[in-house]
Design a protein around this ligand. Structure first.
Ligand SMILES: [Ca+2]
Length: 482
C-alpha cells in the first residue's frame, strides 16, 4: 500500500512538472538597433555627457550593461553593412556572404536561411522588423514575416524616428486584435543618429543645435551645446588611409571642418536624435506593459558601431578607437539582475547564439559567435579574453586592433606603406586613448608604443594581434608580420 502511494505521488509530481513546463511561456525579444552611436554619448558610459535618456537609464537600472561590446569590423567604407551581416548571421568579419562586401544581393545565399528571422520563424516565433533601408543584409532582412523598412532621418513624426516606433506599435496592436499567443521577435531598428542628423525642433533647441546646411559658414555657438569631447583634436596626427572617405569629408553640417563650433553643434544634433530614439523606445515599452508582455520580454539595446564626431580629429566610424569600435550594449529581461555591469568582451555576432540560447532554440551550425547567456545569468563576467577589430575599407591592409585585459594595440598600414603607425594604450589608465597631441601629463595617459618601458608589452600585443589575424582568417598581413 505504502509503495502504491509512493508511486502515485511520484507520478503526480511528474505530471505537475510537465504541466508547469508546458505553461512556461517562451520569452519575447525586442532587439533595438540604432545606427552610428558612440557608447560615450550615453551617461550610462560617460558621466560627463549631458544627453538625457531616461528610458535607457531605466533599462540599465533594471538590467545589465556591457563595458566591452564591439563590432568586429569592416572590409569596406560602409561599416554598417558587415556589422549588420554579423548581427544577423553570427559569423565573423572574414566569413560573411559576399553581400557584406559588395553591398548588393539579388540571389539568395545559403547563409540567409541561418539568420535571425529564419531561425526564429522555424522555432514558432512571430517575427517583425523595421529599420533603415540599405547598407544592410537584404537576404536576412527578407526572412522576417513582417518587414517595414524605410530610411527615416528627418525631424518630423513622419520623416524621423517616430516612424519606426509607429510600425512596431501597429504590429503590436494587430497582435492584440488577433489575440496572437505565439512569442514575438521584433527587430526594432532606427535610421538615426546616423547623419544627416536632422533632429526635431524642440530637441535641437534643448541641445543648442541647428540643422546647419551652408558649407560656407559655421553654425552658431550656443552655450546649451554639449562640450567638446575630452579627446577632441582639430586634426588626426596622421592620415587615416581612406582617401576621399565620405564620412570624413562630406557629411552635411561637418564636411572637413573640425572647429569647436562645428563639432559642438554636430554633437548637439546627435544628442537630439539620440533623445528622440529614447522617447520612441519608451512608447513601445509602455505598450508592452499594457499588453502584459513586458515581464516576459528580453530587451536588447545596441548600435551597429560607434562614431567619432570630433574625437581624435576624426568625424566618421572608420577607425578603431573606443568611440568607434565599441558599442553601447544593454540587456534587460527575465532573470537578469538589475543594475549590473560586466566586462563581457562580446561581439555583435554573439547576439544570435545568445538569443537562441535564451529561447532554448538550437544554435545554427553556421554560427561562429558565442552565447553569453552565462554572463546574463551572473555566472561569468566575460566570455573571451581577447578582442580583435578591423578597418579595411580604405587602402590595404588598413587598420587592426586587439584588446587583452586593459591593453590595446592599434596598427595602421595604409597608403602603400607611406603610413605605418603603432599605438599602445592602457585603457584602465587612459580610457579616452589620449595621444601626445592631447598634452596630458600622466605617464600612461598617452600612446605608449614608443616608450621603452613598455617594449615587452608591445611585443606581447603584436604577437596577440598576429594570432587573432590568423585565427579569424584575416587575408592580410602588416609590414612587420610574417
Ligand atoms: Ca551604421
Amino acid at each position: 500500500m505504502k509503495f502504491l502511494v509512493k508511486t502515485f505521488l511520484i507520478a503526480l509530481s511528474a505530471l505537475l512538472f510537465v504541466a508547469c513546463q508546458s505553461e512556461k511561456k517562451q520569452p519575447n525579444f525586442l532587439f533595438v538597433l540604432v545606427d552610428d552611436q558612440s557608447a560615450f554619448d550615453l551617461k550610462i558610459y560617460n558621466s560627463n555627457s549631458i544627453l538625457e535618456t531616461p528610458t535607457l537609464d531605466k533599462l540599465a537600472d533594471g538590467g545589465m550593461v556591457f563595458e566591452s561590446a564591439r563590432n568586429m569590423g569592416s572590409m569596406n567604407g560602409a561599416v554598417c553593412t558587415p556589422s549588420r551581416h554579423m548581427i544577423m548571421s553570427g559569423r565573423t568579419v572574414w566569413h560573411l556572404p559576399p553581400s557584406a562586401e559588395f553591398q548588393k544581393q539579388i540571389d539568395p545565399h545559403p547563409i540567409d536561411t541561418m539568420t535571425i528571422g529564419a531561425v526564429f520563424n522555424r522555432a514558432g516565433y512571430k517575427t517583425m522588423r523595421t529599420c533603415k533601408k540599405g547598407n544592410s543584409y537584404p537576404g536576412a532582412n527578407r526572412q522576417f514575416s513582417v518587414v517595414k523598412d524605410k530610411t527615416k532621418r528627418g525631424g518630423t513624426e513622419e520623416s524621423g524616428s517616430a516612424w519606426h516606433s509607429k510600425q512596431v506599435l501597429e504590429y503590436l496592436n494587430a497582435r492584440e486584435s488577433a489575440q496572437e499567443s505565439d512569442p514575438f521577435f521584433i527587430y526594432f531598428g532606427f535610421s538615426h543618429p546616423h547623419d544627416t542628423r536632422n533632429g526635431t525642433p524642440e530637441l535641437l533647441a534643448k541641445y543648442g543645435a541647428v540643422n546647419h546646411k551652408d558649407i560656407n559658414s559655421l553654425p552658431p555657438a550656443n552655450p546649451k551645446q554639449p562640450q567638446l569631447p575630452e579627446n577632441y583634436l582639430t586634426a588626426h596626427p596622421f592620415f587615416h588611409g581612406h582617401p576621399e572617405l565620405r564620412d570624413e569629408e562630406r557629411v552635411s553640417g561637418v564636411w572637413k571642418n573640425r572647429d569647436e563650433q562645428t563639432i559642438r553643434n554636430e554633437i548637439g544634433r546627435e544628442y537630439a536624435c539620440d533623445e528622440n530614439i529614447d522617447i520612441q523606445i519608451d512608447k513601445v515599452l509602455k505598450k508592452l506593459e499594457e499588453m502584459g508582455e513586458l515581464d516576459n520580454t528580453y530587451i536588447i539595446y545596441t548600435a551597429d558601431h560607434g562614431i567619432a564626431i570630433g574625437r581624435h580629429g576624426l568625424q566618421g566610424k572608420q577607425n578603431l578607437y573606443e568611440h568607434s569600435w565599441k558599442v553601447p550594449f544593454i540587456v534587460n529581461g527575465p532573470g537578469i539582475k538589475g543594475g549590473t555591469r560586466v566586462e563581457g568582451n562580446i561581439y555583435l555576432l554573439d547576439v544570435l547564439p545568445t538569443l537562441c540560447d535564451l529561447a532554448e532554440i538550437e544554435i545554427p551550425e553556421t554560427v561562429e559567435g558565442k552565447s553569453f547567456k552565462s554572463v546574463l545569468e551572473g555566472k561569468e563576467n566575460t566570455i573571451r579574453d581577447t578582442m580583435y577589430g578591423v578597418y579595411c575599407g580604405g587602402t590595404k591592409p588598413g587598420m587592426r586592433t586587439v584588446k587583452l585585459g586593459d591593453w590595446k594595440l592599434i596598427k595602421y598600414d595604409v597608403m602603400d606603406g607611406a603610413v605605418r603607425e603603432t599605438q599602445l594604450f592602457n585603457l584602465a589608465e587612459n580610457p579616452n586613448e589620449y595621444l601626445p597631441e592631447h598634452g596630458r601629463t600622466g605617464e600612461m595617459q598617452t600612446d605608449l608604443a614608443e616608450n621603452p618601458k613598455y617594449a615587452d608589452k608591445l611585443k606581447e600585443m603584436e604577437a596577440v594581434l598576429l594570432g587573432q589575424m590568423k585565427k579569424h582568417d584575416d587575408p592580410y598581413r602588416l609590414w612587420n608580420q610574417k
